[in-house]
Ligand binder design. Sequence first.
Ligand code: GSH
Length: 266
Amino acid sequence: LPSRTSTDPSVQALKGLHLYHAKLSNSSMRVRLLLDEKSRAWTSHLLDATKQDNLSESYLRINPTSLIPALVHDGVVVTETSDILYYLEQHFPDPQLAPVQEGERAAMREWVDLAASSHTTTLKPWQYAITGARTKRPEDMERYRELQSDPDLVAFHQRSLDGFSDEAIADAVERNHAILARMEGGLTDAPWLVGGEYGLADIAWFPNVLLLDLLGFPMSDYPAVRRWLAVVRSRPAAGRAIGWSAFRLPGWLLRPIVRLRKALKG
Ligand SMILES: N[C@@H](CCC(=O)N[C@@H](CS)C(=O)NCC(=O)O)C(=O)O
């Protein structure tokens, strides 16, 4: 698993589980949910990307890509949400949330990896476009360009400032529908995304589907997905992982959402 011992003595010295995370980040929600399902105690380091906390020297020493979240476990750093989920499952196997049967393990990995690979093209552009959310100000972009080696992320944040084109939004809508339709296919005859048990695939997808639903994405064609969403949402761990207080949204974020909800209803 891609984890590394930090070269920074202050990071090396961190004992136990430390999570660097953000309130409304779907990636952070997955990790919080898994930690809670495993009843692990962890130390919270809350970052606010709108304040560029993730571009601070101290965070870049933990995660040079600047992305949130990052996990530090006894001085070992794990980044990339899917790798963090796999790491936690491997190190804290109780309760077991990965299937044992080989075919089911492959299916689980496919769902978890899809959550990672679809992030910048699917949920994120739609969410940012319809809420008008952005984490960068124009004056942050120069620094971000210097720090961020992933050109897709730089382009994404530039688009969040310039405005997403109609084509980009339509593309994201289509991609979200494709994934929801695939989920619907599986969940019509089964309670969980993989096999007979709740597990990592459900945990990886719950935050995305929840955010789509909360932001008014048209979900009426997906009754089985909605049923699954309600069941996962009712888990005590899910309520805590989402952190509903974060949804007392600031006006700038709430207004476009209300407009969008009206537009979709009308
Ligand atoms: N591939 C990364 C993506 C993580 C990611 O994009 N996180 C967002 C928050 S959901 C972030 O770091 N945003 C920072 C920013 O906007 O500068 C992962 O799976 O961990």
